[in-house]
Write a protein that binds this ligand. Structure first.
Ligand SMILES: CC(C)(COP(=O)(O)OP(=O)(O)OC[C@H]1O[C@@H](n2cnc3c(N)ncnc32)[C@H](O)[C@@H]1OP(=O)(O)O)[C@@H](O)C(=O)NCCC(=O)NCCS
Length: 415
């Protein structure tokens, strides 16, 4: 005789457990014995068990003998991909059955039923835990073990949770009810890899959070700080449990990196932000300008508006106004400006004009700021500008995904 994973008497790990033999004991006092429906004894015993107990949370609360016999004949309790086990307690004897379905698939499903008198004594958790060991020990191809139950089956849900299974789904109107309206159901599962490592992989709850944008260094010193700490920052971020992807790549503009991040949910993204704020990277790069657009987060609107303002102020800077590459990056190809004289400019026209006359005022004053989100990624900014000894009212329309690009700008002089 060989020994199973935890030293229980068993079978070579890859063999399916044969019928009619006690195969596994995963809990003190509990063992699972394969139901042998080729023999009359087990057929009669299973029929008696299913028809003499009530299953208030199953679709059939009290199946009839005819229904059970029909199901047995149809292979619902034993077949190529179904195995059923008696749950035996060394003191109380036979306390229930547990059925494993879809055994040929990567995901096996469970149906657990205790006798009326055996409920409320912890046998449910013991049996599920034994079955989990059995499934993963004997069926190499199985990667997930899953169970569905009615939303209001508190005892079964608690059994799943006690055994380390994780809630994965909630199906509205997903559970038929004899003579009534359907009710909600829930699905729990345990992964082979979690079972093997003794850990639990969390299920992402909220929408994925994505961040895209650019990190823009103002000078060589800032760029040097990015280069010095970036590799460590990427490695630490990718090691965070909630990080799905994290890429920071140089662009063809010196000192500008493109940033693309995905986190499983808002909590994971916020945890990342907190870790970064306290990290060497966070300290060393705190003052460097970022243009980021974040999706899947409650702060979307605020983040978009902050991005648009940062881009608008960048456009006022003489060093940017004289740089065609920077202007082409910030102005949309379809950009239109209605200037203070009423003249209409295209992007090429304004880039050429600013190249000749970028202005010299490096500290323009932006006052009376107002901003409004006018689309999922589009922001309208209006303000009063004191620039080059002139005062004007300005309005700009920015599309901020993936990086901010100005679509339209108008300036009207104030007398
Ligand atoms: C569902 C079932 C397998 C649960 O097994 P069990 O051993 O009877 O489970 P218990 O009654 O010990 O309950 C498990 C836990 O849920 C708690 N619980 C049970 N009913 C509860 C309720 N109504 N409210 C709050 N907690 C409840 C128990 O206190 C226990 O808590 P603990 O783990 O902290 O001790 C068993 O009751 C059964 O066979 N029911 C009929 C068939 C069925 O519904 N099967 C599920 C379909 S997949």
């Amino acid at each position: 005789m060989t020994t199973g994973r935890d030293g229980f008497p068993g079978y070579p790990r890859l063999d399916p457990p044969p019928r009619g033999v006690r195969v596994y004991g995963g809990h003190v006092g509990i063992s699972l014995t394969r139901v042998d429906l080729s023999g009359a004894d087990d057929r009669a015993a299973l029929t008696a068990f299913l028809t003499s107990n009530t299953f208030p949370f199953h679709v059939r609360v009290r199946p009839t003998v005819a229904q059970v016999e029909n199901d047995i004949r149809a292979g619902s309790w034993d077949g190529d991909d179904v195995e059923t086990f008696w749950i035996d307690d060394e003191r109380d004897g036979r306390v229930g059955v547990i059925r494993l379905e879809d055994l040929q698939d990567a995901t096996v499903t469970v149906d657990l039923r205790l006798a009326d008198g055996a409920r409320g004594r912890g046998f449910g958790s013991a049996a599920l835990s034994a079955a989990t060991h059995l499934v993963f020990s004997h069926h190499r191809g199985v990667i997930r073990f899953e169970g569905q139950t009615r939303d209001d089956n508190v005892a079964m849900r608690r059994v799943f949770e006690r055994c380390g299974w994780v809630l994965e789904a909630h199906y509205r109107d997903g559970w038929p009810v004899e003579g009534g309206d359907p009710l909600a159901s829930v699905a729990y599962s345990v992964l082979r890899r979690d079972w093997a490592s003794g850990s639990t992989t969390p299920v992402p709850r909220g929408p994925e959070v994505t961040l895209r944008g650019e990190l823009r260094c103002a000078d060589a010193a800032e760029a040097q700080r990015v280069r010095a700490h970036l590799a460590e920052h990427i490695a630490l971020t990718r090691a965070e449990p909630g990080c799905l992807s994290f890429d920071v790549d140089p662009t063809d503009t010196d000192g500008v990196w493109s940033v693309s991040e995905r986190f499983v949910d808002e909590a994971a993204f916020d945890a990342h932000q907190r870790r970064v704020a306290a990290s060497t990277w966070g300290r060393e790069t705190a003052g460097i300008q970022r243009f980021y657009v974040i999706h899947g987060r409650a702060l979307d609107a605020d983040a978009l508006i902050a991005t648009a303002w940062a881009a608008e102020e960048t456009l006022l800077h003489p060093a940017v106004r004289s740089n065609p590459r920077e202007l082409n990056r910030l102005l949309d190809p379809e950009f239109v400006e209605v200037g203070q004289s009423g003249r209409r400019w295209t992007r090429d026209g304004i880039v050429a004009a600013l190249g000749d006359e970028p202005g010299t005022d490096s500290s323009p004053l932006v006052e009376e700021r107002e901003s409004r989100l006018v689309g999922p990624d589009t922001v309208l900014l209006t303000y009063l500008l004191r620039f080059e000894n002139r005062v004007s009212r300005r309005s700009s329309l920015w599309r901020c995904d993936p990086t901010p690009r100005c679509l339209f700008h108008q300036g009207t002089p104030v007398d």
